[in-house]
Ligand binder design. Structure first.
Ligand code: ATP
Ligand code: MG
Ligand code: MG
Length: 406
C-alpha cells in the first residue's frame, strides 16, 4: 500500500477507479497517524478507499491505507499532487498547509471540513476570537507580545495564568502555567519566546472536563454524540468516561454549546469540542478539533456509528449514522509511553496482556515505529452494563489482579 512521491505515475487515479464500495470518492487524508489508521479501519468495513499523506514511511495508517503517499502535509507542492488523486480531501491533523488548501478549493478541490475552518482552528488565538464573536462562552483571553503585556494580563486575569502558544500545539505541548508574576519569564521561555506567537487564558477553575463529538453531514445535518468526561494527566488525555456523570441540565448545556460552536464553522466531518465545567454549573469552551478525536475513541465499541465511520459518511456525503451508545457505559484508557524504547514496549505489553483477560475490553495498538515517553501508543476501551462495573474492570486491569466477574 505504500508508495513514495516519485512512484505516483503508477498509482491509480481517482477517475480510473472501478466503483464497488459505498462511495465513488477516494478519500484523501492529510496525516497518517492513529486517527488516519482508525479511519482506514472504518473505511475498510464500507469498502471506501482512503489515501493518506504522511512523511513517515511506516506511519500508523500506512499498512491499512489503500495508498500511502510519503510526503509532508505541510508542503504545498506535495499537498497539490496528493489532492489530484482524491475525490475529497480531509484531515486527521489541523497543522497542515492551509494556504494550499484555500488555493485548491478555489481550483475546485473538495475539502471537508472547509479550509476556512482549518485556518480558524489551527491558530488557537484566532479560534478564541472566532468563538467569542459567535457568543460561545470561553475563558477570557488576550494576546501577549512582550513581558509587559504578559504582566498586564496577569494583573487582569490573576494567577495561575495559562500561557499558550497560538500554533502547532497538541497534548499540552504549547501550554505553560505561570503561578505568579515571577514565573512569567520562564514560562514564556519554555514555550519558545514571544516570537512563536503567544496568548494567555484566564485560569478555568473546572470541576470536570467534558467533550462532545459533533458530526455535520454535507447536507448540513448535525448530530451530537453523548457528552463524555475527559481526565487529563500533565495536559494529556488519560481516561475518557462515556457517558459523563453530570446532571441532565449540564449535559444539555454542554451539547447546546458544542452544537452552536460547530454550527459557526464550515464543512462536513466530525468535530470534537473540549469543554470545562465550573463549580457553578457554567460550561466554557476550551478548543475544537476539526476531525476525529481521542475523546471519541470509545465510540468504536460503544456507539452504533463510530466517530471514524461518521467522519467518512460525512465527508463523502452519505447519511449520518446513529451516534447513540449501544452499551450503558464505556471507559477509554490511553496507552501512553511510560519509557523510551524497549523498556517502554515491555511495560505497555504487560498492561495489554492483562487487558486481554478483562471482560468487555478491546485493545487498540497503533503500531508506531518508535516508543517515546508520553506518546500515544494505543488505547484500551472497556464497555459494560454500568460505569461502576466498567471502572472496577479498569481498576482490576491496572492493579494486575486479572479480570473481575460481571
Ligand atoms: P490537545 O491534545 O487536546 O490538542 P492542547 O495541547 O491543544 O491539547 P489544551 O487543550 O489547550 O492543549 O490544554 C490541555 C489541557 O490543559 C486541558 O485539557 C486542560 O486540562 C488544561 N487547560 C487548558 N486551558 C486551561 C485553562 N484556561 N485553565 C485551566 N486549565 C486549562
Ligand atoms: Mg489542541
Ligand atoms: Mg485540548
Amino acid at each position: 500500500c505504500q508508495a513514495s512521491l516519485e512512484s505516483h505515475e503508477t498509482s491509480p487515479r481517482n477517475d480510473e477507479m472501478p466503483v464497488h464500495g459505498l462511495s465513488t470518492m477516494i478519500v484523501g487524508v492529510l496525516g497518517g497517524g492513529q486517527l488516519g489508521r482508525m479511519l482506514c479501519q472504518a473505511a475498510s468495513q464500507m469498502a471506501i478507499k482512503v489515501m493518506v499523506l504522511d512523511p513517515l514511511v511506516n506511519c500508523p495508517a500506512s499498512s491499512l491505507a489503500y495508498h500511502h503517499m510519503v510526503g509532508s502535509f505541510d508542503d504545498s507542492a506535495t499537498v497539490q499532487e496528493f489532492a489530484k488523486r482524491c475525490g475529497v480531501l480531509t484531515v486527521e491533523i489541523e497543522h497542515v498547509d492551509v494556504a494550499t488548501l484555500e488555493k485548491l478549493e478555489q481550483q475546485g478541490v473538495d475539502c471537508q471540513p472547509k479550509a476556512s475552518t482549518i485556518r480558524i482552528i489551527q491558530d488557537k488565538y484566532l479560534q478564541k476570537v472566532h468563538f467569542s464573536r459567535h457568543g460561545i462562552p470561553l475563558p477570557e483571553f488576550m494576546q501577549i507580545d512582550d513581558l509587559d503585556g504578559a504582566k498586564r494580563a496577569g494583573d487582569l486575569f490573576g494567577y495561575p495564568l495559562m500561557i499558550k502558544s497560538k500554533r502547532l500545539a497538541y497534548d499540552g505541548r504549547g501550554n505553560a502555567v505561570a503561578k505568579s508574576e515571577e514565573d512569567l519569564s520562564s514560562a514564556v521561555t519554555a514555550l519558545g519566546g514571544f516570537d512563536r506567537g503567544l496568548y494567555v487564558e484566564k485560569w478555568a477553575p473546572f470541576v470536570k472536563e467534558l467533550a462532545v463529538i459533533v458530526a455535520r453531514g454535507r447536507d448540513n445535518s448535525i448530530l451530537c454524540y453523548p457528552v463524555v468526561e475527559t481526565i487529563h494527566k500533565e495536559n494529556i488525555c488519560h481516561i475518557v468516561k462515556a457517558p459523563a456523570d453530570v446532571p441532565w441540565k449540564i449535559r444539555k448545556l454542554a451539547t447546546d454549546v458544542s452544537y452552536k460552536a460547530v454550527s459557526s464553522l464550515e464543512g462536513a466531518g466530525v468535530f470534537a469540542v473540549e469543554l470545562f465545567l465550573t463549580s457553578d454549573g457554567q460550561i466554557l469552551l476550551n478548543e475544537v478539533a476539526p476531525r476525529p478525536h481521542n475523546s471519541g475513541h470509545h465510540t468504536i465499541e460503544s456507539c452504533y456509528t463510530s466517530q471514524f465511520e461518521q467522519h467518512l459518511r460525512a465527508v463523502v456525503g452519505l447519511p449520518l449514522g446513529d451516534p447513540s451508545m449501544k452499551t450503558p457505559a464505556a471507559i477509554m484508557y490511553n496507552l501512553l509511553g511510560e519509557d523510551e524504547g524497549e523498556p517502554g514496549f515491555h511495560l505497555a505489553h504487560q498492561l495489554i496482556g492483562r487487558a486481554l483477560n478483562v471482560q468487555g475490553a478491546t485493545v487498540h495498538w497503533y503500531d508506531k515505529p518508535e516508543m517515546r515517553r508520553q506518546r500515544k501508543m494505543g488505547h484500551i476501551t472497556i464497555i459494560g452494563p454500568s460505569m461502576g462495573i466498567v471502572e472496577a474492570r479498569l481498576n482490576s486491569m491496572l492493579k494486575d489482579e486479572g479480570s473481575d466477574s460481571p
